[in-house]
Design a protein around this ligand. Structure first.
Ligand SMILES: Nc1ncnc2c1ncn2[C@@H]1O[C@H](COP(=O)(O)OP(=O)(O)OP(=O)(O)O)[C@@H](O)[C@H]1O
Length: 501
């Protein structure tokens, strides 16, 4: 096995190996800070000697800040996994080594039907690979988006499964710290699995082995997603299990109403609403739903059901959960999944040349991506994390020829360019210059390049409605382009406004 670029690549390689020296927290006598003792642990999910060529790659499930998750079928066994692929150089550059290691180590020790399972890992010179069990049903976020909002029965079912998994997570002494509909994945049968354990924090009496620094590091480190962050975190209080219960309250509210309870145009404004507990319930919420959410969103984290001395009993006994058979959740009939609109509507399936191991990666690695959604992100990604898409898509060496030395991609997405008689699919690429590029992915020709300008006669944006806007520019050939659809474009607009502000 080769390590990439010395230092960090080698360290990552060692830490992904099947034996790792780690520190296990043990309770300190007299209730003082936990004492760390160093131990060697053997991972349950083995590090295999596989290569990516041992797998037939399918559709892209989603894209994270520094990873891409792809459907991967092992050629010899036929077993299917969700392969999380992380670029070593990128992880090192973005200082995310500990995040990746933490997720690997923690997932390895968890065992609950409501938590995504890590099956094995492997690596090559360029990438780390985590084979996860597949959640073919996508994110809960997408179900909420597709259905508009969920019925109370559907929300009750999902909330109960999250409560069940959270009870386990908190029981082993972990705080997830990023509970939100995007991190609640659904199996093909429609059952919840909690994902994304890169932000977890062990509690003092945690049974879980973590990274050397995780327990010592200040528990009030700011992590999570703005709309789901509890007020005490904004006030720099240490993390507690109550943080996840607040996020559960926000998630339940979102399931029932279609949007999160604390919404606003910027993170700062969202935080103001959270601190002021500016919470309004839609009139059609039942008293039971309203009461549970109200209690979960208590500003005192110790009063939230699930965080009180009686543990999860009061939460599970809440009238909202009437009728839930807590011992038989996984056998209960799950809500019907709303399916994705035909993906081919958005993309015409030409992109079969995505090279997951970057330029210079493993020879002969040309994964087959039959549904043509390579490089695309799920709707939630598009909606919630402006800077995330590009990081992973910038791995794709295809775009390098359009960039100047040192220039990197901030964002990338497919769009329809509407012309008089036809419409065409192109890639819109925003770089950090800032520059906006329009590339025909079929012919790999650049259709336009706009350098940002403060002069409105060079560049101006006209918003028709929330999903349509025009970028009018003299550099953009002789006609104006109407950029059509995807929530993503709203973000481009935001970026435009930010840059021009
Ligand atoms: N086991 C899985 N099965 C199916 N889809 C998955 C699975 N794990 C992740 N995904 C999808 O892939 C997307 C990217 O996941 P990933 O873990 O790389 O990043 P993330 O956790 O969403 O983001 P970040 O790391 O930036 O917090 C997820 O949002 C999800 O939609």
């Amino acid at each position: 096995m080769m390590a990439v670029g010395g230092g960090c690549g080698e360290e990552m390689e060692k830490d992904f190996d099947s034996k790792l020296r780690l520190q296990q927290p043990s309770p300190a006598p007299g209730g003082g800070p936990a004492v760390q003792r160093t131990n060697s642990i053997v991972f349950r999910a083995p590090q295999e000697q596989f290569t990516i060529n041992d797998f037939e790659l399918g559709k892209v499930y989603g894209v994270g800040s520094f990873s891409k998750v792809v459907r991967a079928k092992k050629k010899d066994t036929g077993n299917v996994y969700a392969m999380k692929i992380m670029d070593k150089k990128f992880i090192a550059k973005e200082n995310k080594v500990s995040y990746v290691k933490l997720e690997r180590i923690v997932l390895d020790q968890l065992d609950h039907p409501g938590i995504i399972k890590l099956c094995f890992t492997f690596q090559d010179a360029y990438s780390l690979y985590m084979a996860l069990e597949c959640c073919e049903g996508g994110e809960l976020f997408d179900q909420i988006t597709r259905k508009g909002r969920l019925t109370e029965d559907e929300a009750r079912f999902y909330a109960a499964e999250v409560v069940d998994a959270l009870e386990y997570i908190h029981g082993v002494g972990l705080i997830h710290r990023d509970i939100k509909p995007e991190n609640l994945l659904l199996t093909a049968g429609g059952h919840i699995k909690i994902a994304d354990f890169g932000s977890v924090k062990p509690t003092r009496d945690s049974q879980i082995t973590v990274l050397p620094n995780s327990a010592n590091e200040k528990a009030c480190t700011f992590v999570g997603t703005a709309a789901y962050i509890p007020p005490e975190v904004l006030n720099s209080c240490p993390a507690t299990c109550g943080n996840d219960l607040w996020a559960l309250g926000c998630t339940l509210y979102q399931m029932l109403s279609g949007s999160s309870p604390f919404k606003d145009a910027s993170e700062w404004l969202i935080f103001q609403r959270i601190i002021a507990r500016d919470l309004k319930f839609p009139e059609d919420f039942t008293p039971e739903a309203r009461d549970l959410i109200d209690r979960l969103l208590d500003t005192d984290p110790t009063k939230r059901p699930g965080a009180r001395p009686d543990g999860y009993a009061s939460l599970k006994k809440h009238p909202f959960f009437k009728g839930i058979d807590w011992n038989n959740l996984r056998n209960a009939r799950a809500p019907r999944l709303a399916l994705e609109k035909d993906a081919s509507d958005d993309y015409d399936g030409q992109d079969t040349s995505w090279n997951l191991t970057r330029a210079g990666g493993a020879p002969g690695c040309q994964p087959n991506i039959p549904d043509g959604c390579a490089g695309s992100a799920s709707s939630s990604e598009q909606q919630s994390h402006i800077s995330r898409l590009a990081s992973i898509d910038s791995f794709d060496s295809r775009w390098q020829e359009y960039l100047e030395p040192g220039e990197t991609i901030v964002m990338i997405s497919k769009l329809k360019k509407i012309q008089t008689l036809t419409n065409k699919k192109v890639e819109l690429i925003l770089t950090d210059k800032p520059k906006l590029l329009c590339v025909d992915p079929a012919k790999m020709t650049a259709k336009a390049s706009i350098i940002w300008s403060d002069n409105p006669s060079d560049l101006n944006v006209q918003v028709a409605n929330p999903s349509h806007f025009k970028i009018c520019t003299v550099c953009f050939s002789s006609y104006h382009l109407l950029y059509f659809l995807h929530i993503f474009f709203l973000h481009i607009l935001i970026v435009i406004l930010l840059f021009s502000a």
